[in-house]
Design a protein around this ligand. Structure first.
Ligand SMILES: [Zn+2]
Length: 83
């Protein structure tokens, strides 16, 4: 028995929602671009640095693992392991 939303109010809500979606989409595209830029930079840096390579993501979720002189470590948490 609640009051029905007027079509005007519904239209305004839909416009707000689609504007928000468009904002989120452009934020997402910007973030994807940044990730690609960072990956390319990281690849170039590790190529030029003979004793460092990048492993998979650390279980802490904050960083990829760094492999250096047979030691695997995370720069963000305490994780460290010798190969
Ligand atoms: Zn970690």
């Amino acid at each position: 028995m609640g009051r029905r939303l007027s079509s005007d109010r519904t239209g305004r809500w839909q416009r707000t929602l689609s504007r928000r979606l468009a904002e989120l989409q452009s934020e997402l595209e910007e973030n994807q671009r940044r990730v690609t830029q960072l990956e390319n930079t990281l690849k170039a840096v590790t190529r030029q640095t003979n004793d460092i390579s990048i492993g998979g993501p650390c279980s802490c979720g904050e960083s990829f693992l760094i492999v250096r002189q047979r030691v695997i470590y995370c720069p963000q948490c305490e994780y460290q392991r010798t190969m």
